[in-house]
Design a protein around this ligand. Structure first.
Ligand code: FE2
Length: 432
């Protein structure tokens, strides 16, 4: 019982902090900013704000008998892809709806916050229901990160963050390739706090001996691939990837532009020269795989990535994070609450390195792995339509980015995207 009530107080604390963080991310926006959708893959801030509240209603509907949703009209607009709740609104037309209004969505946000706070403070919640609320909080964290991607696309440096901290000074080192012994490795989430269904069950995998880069691939390294004609030669590319770069005329990562012979980007820091020492960001799986082929290397599998991040060979134990089991703080990794609004340079987080000496595995950029997204052996769904309906045509990314809230990341966390998506903060490191 003591554990259940302790969990409940963690739940309430995380819920309050998460709702406050969502509001803080949009606090400096103008009303006009909330409605606009600048590309089919992004969503207007208004939609995110409403959708995270709607998902809380979804959880309430699973736990309260005869639960009535706040509004049928809101549910239709705010449903992302849950067919069990009716036909979702077209994703690429979210920016064409002027109803519900921005004011109505804010009112809805506060009503739902108060309703859930009441439940978390007053009701007896069994463990299963608590897990559902933890899931809804983690879902909101996922949308905070999507909102950050979308704010970059919508506003770039016209976005005014409430907090913006200076970038850390790196102790720059050359990237090396770290040798890791193979053998049986038990992958999956080893802790007793919330994790998603797709991080379980822990299971054995056999790994051959391998090598993995100590740092993510940098802009400097990636520029060499570009300058060497990487985007002009089919031999580096998967067939679908080659078609994609031809059709979309891609010749560099997203947001890159060559002006007067100089590669420039445009992001939260403004229009600026590419910093050679930052991890390359905004690359698709296709681009990551092509780079590896050009470099005579390959992407790590997610099991290789996880072992390099979390296994302590000396002590023969697996930890939740590369540095151990303590929750991330701003000295370990560049996550959302670092509020840097950019990747930090490689070598900026010596305190966050893994037992094997791999740097920046958590934070900065998500790292593509070669693994197809699917359920682990004996996978059981934790929530219908949330994760497992995406078990096709997606690749796994690991480690979180500078847009990931710190409570929602861990070494076992599995993100997944289609192979051509790159508006997320995505990079990679190589293996051999
Ligand atoms: Fe969602």
């Amino acid at each position: 019982m003591a554990t259940v009530s302790r969990q409940k107080s963690i739940l309430l604390k995380q819920f309050n902090e998460t709702r406050a963080r969502t509001l803080s991310l949009v606090q400096t926006l103008e009303k006009d900013d909330f409605v606009v959708q600048t590309a089919p893959f992004m969503s207007p801030p208004k939609w995110h704000l409403g959708h995270v509240s709607w998902l809380l209603e979804v959880v309430m509907s699973k736990t309260i008998s005869n639960y009535e949703f706040y509004s049928q009209e809101f549910s239709e607009y705010l449903n992302s892809y849950y067919h069990q709740f009716g036909e979702p609104h077209d994703k690429d037309k979210r920016g064409l709806a002027t109803r519900p209004t921005v004011d109505q969505v804010f009112e809805y946000f506060h009503i739902i916050t108060n309703k859930i706070t009441g439940i978390l403070q007053n009701e007896m919640l069994d463990e299963k229901i608590q897990q559902l609320f933890f899931m809804a909080i983690n879902h909101e964290c996922q949308h905070q990160e999507l909102l950050v991607y979308d704010l970059q696309h919508l506003l770039a440096d016209r976005y005014r963050p409430l907090t913006k901290n200076p970038l850390p000074t790196p102790s720059l080192q050359e990237s090396t390739s770290i040798k890791i012994n193979g053998g049986l490795y038990i992958m999956g989430y080893p802790g007793d706090q919330f994790c998603y269904d797709i991080e379980l069950p822990e299971h054995k995998v056999y790994l051959d001996d391998y090598k993995i880069d100590s740092y993510p691939i940098t802009n400097k390294q990636y520029m060499k691939f570009i300058e060497d004609g990487g985007y002009d030669d089919f031999k580096y590319w998967l067939s679908d990837g080659w078609d994609k770069i031809q059709n979309e005329k891609w010749n560099a990562p997203m947001y890159w532009e060559k002006i007067d012979g100089e590669w420039m980007t445009c992001d939260f820091l403004g229009k600026r020269k590419i910093n050679p020492n930052e991890p390359v960001c905004h690359v698709s799986y296709y681009e990551a795989a092509a780079y590896c082929k050009w470099a005579n290397k390959r992407l790590p599998t997610e099991a290789e990535w996880e072992k390099a991040a979390c296994w302590n060979e000396k002590k023969q134990i697996k930890t939740i994070f590369p540095w151990g089991n303590e929750s991330p703080d701003p000295l370990h990794a560049n996550l959302l609450e670092s509020y840097l609004w950019n990747c930090s340079e490689i070598g900026a987080y010596p305190n966050g390195k893994s037992h094997y000496g791999c740097h920046q595995m958590i934070g900065d950029v998500w790292e593509w792995t070669s693994t197809e997204f699917s359920g682990y052996p004996k996978f059981k769904t934790g929530f219908s339509e949330y994760n497992d309906k995406w078990f096709a045509n997606q690749k796994v990314l690991r480690g979180g980015s500078f847009g990931t809230p710190s409570i929602s990341i861990r070494g076992s966390y599995r993100n997944f995207f289609r192979l051509d998506e790159r508006w997320l903060f995505s990079g990679f490191r190589c293996a051999e």
